[in-house]
Design a protein around this ligand. Sequence first.
Ligand SMILES: *[C@@H]1O[C@H](CO)[C@@H](O)[C@H](O)[C@H]1NC(C)=O
Length: 235
Amino acid sequence: MKAVFYVLPLIALAAAAAISPEDLKVATTQVERISLLKDDSDFVFSFADASKPPEVVGAGGSTKHAARDNFPALVGTGMAMTVGFLGPCSINTPHTHPRATEFNLVMNGTLHAGFLAENGARFIANEVPALSATVFPQGAIHFEANLGCEPAVFIAAFNDEDPGVLQIAQRFFGLPANVVGASLGGLGVQEVAHLASLIPDNIALGVDECLAKCGMPKGQLQPTKQQQQPAAALL
Ligand SMILES: *[C@@H]1O[C@H](CO)[C@@H](O)[C@H](O)[C@H]1NC(C)=O
């Protein structure tokens, strides 16, 4: 009995030692994961670290995320976070998070936020001032716009380690052009291709009323690298 008492933890330790950090994501228990994260500092993520560039960059601003892909300490916690840096007159363009609800805290400035949760639900719009937070239900189409002439910052918490993101315009126009055309009431493939070519990278500039108010040029050339290559047309 005593032997079992001592041997079992030894087996567990040996098993843990054999696991490399790459195996963190498949570790069975949180105890195992904590022992794999050798430094206490493995539990700290710096959004200010300049050596980690923002993942999403457009003419209007950028976002940086901490999720299970770049912050292993989140594995097993069910949480992730994004910090958004929204320049003057910029918009985090409409998107959804397939696996998480978002709780978005405005740090400074004021954001205009809106979401559409599903067919039949009304559009919800709010002006969210500094130190107020708004919630976007999982899967809802949503956006945040900084309609001020100063940069603004938000912090978004997610209830999934890998919330994922799906940009509406950038992805929709990656469907077969004649499917997009049909769903827009019969637009031709050329018209669809033209619309698709206009879609700016997130974070984008806008809206026009804000640009006018802040004396910023309208119709600036914005990068368009985030567009999805259109799939082959049906038929
Ligand atoms: C918000 O904070 C950022 C970063 O510190 C700063 O650049 C910006 O001017 C601030 N915006 C407002 C509206 O205070």
